[in-house]
Unconditional design. Structure first.
Length: 80
């Protein structure tokens, strides 16, 4: 199944296709994939994944993805 992923901040630098934060990356994943398996597929360190958003809603890593979902992955962000 196809999903669209946007990585933010330094997570985007881990993939040449998303060198600019927020640039979309289209992926083909196995059916029954979760946000956690997507993070693994992208080889992102789970301790650096703070927020995951699927179709505009905050979701946990165990959330099951559906075809054509749009996923945003954010690292911890400091500031005030």
């Amino acid at each position: 199944m196809k999903v669209r992923v946007r990585l933010y901040a330094f997570l985007a630098e881990r993939h040449s296709e998303t060198a600019r934060a927020g640039s979309p990356l289209d992926l083909d994943l196995p059916e029954d994939s979760t946000v956690a398996s997507l993070v693994d597929c992208l080889d992102l360190p789970k301790e650096q994944v703070k927020l995951t958003v699927v179709n505009g809603r905050l979701r946990d890593l165990d959330h099951r993805l559906q075809p054509d979902d749009e996923v945003g992955i954010f690292p911890p962000i400091a500031g005030g």
